[in-house]
Design a protein around this ligand. Structure first.
Ligand SMILES: [Fe+2]
Ligand SMILES: [Fe+2]
Length: 166
């Protein structure tokens, strides 16, 4: 029941983004082993829940989280490290072409890769999106990895836990 209420409000907040033709192209782009649209939706939905519960500016934060990786082909020719550093700017420029953004939303998109990019977040909402994006990225990569890699990662995780306990 609570999830349904959350989902309805979430869908209302991002309804125009979800119906934007250019944004729909993210469905055909690979990202962390899934498609970019699903990654954006996951980060935005958890941003919505966390920022709403913390009584922050959840409407602006949710919309910006949904746009934080809104780019189509801009970084495909770049090396991985260059793409990691440049894609927040591409996402911001692209988002501004299709949607009106507030200073908070611009900061969320531009700093979501901090500290890989050097500009630190100015707002608490930006820090939240940065952290949720990292957790979502690790989860998505783990989920889409092979059985062998999953087993190896689980083994390393258990070793780390044991090491911390000692
Ligand atoms: Fe990103
Ligand atoms: Fe992301």
């Amino acid at each position: 029941m609570l999830r349904k209420i959350f989902t309805n409000e979430f869908n209302y907040i991002v309804r125009d983004i979800k119906s934007n033709e250019e944004f729909m192209k993210t469905k055909s782009k690979a990202h962390h082993g899934i498609n970019r649209y699903n990654h954006l939706e996951r980060v935005a939905f958890y941003t919505f829940i966390v920022t709403k519960c913390l009584r922050l500016n959840y409407i602006e934060a949710t919309r910006a989280a949904f746009l934080h990786d809104f780019f189509i082909d801009d970084v495909e020719h770049m090396s991985t490290i260059k793409a990691l550093r440049r894609h927040p700017r591409c996402a911001l420029d692209n988002s501004k072409k299709y949607f009106d953004l507030t200073p908070l939303q611009e900061d969320i998109i531009l700093t979501h890769m901090f500290p890989v990019t050097f500009t630190p977040p100015k707002y608490f909402e930006s820090v939240i999106v940065d952290v949720i994006d990292d957790i979502a990225g690790i989860y998505e990569k783990y989920k889409s990895s092979s059985k062998e890699l999953k087993a190896a990662l689980t083994y390393i995780f258990m070793l780390t836990i044991n090491f911390i306990k000692k």
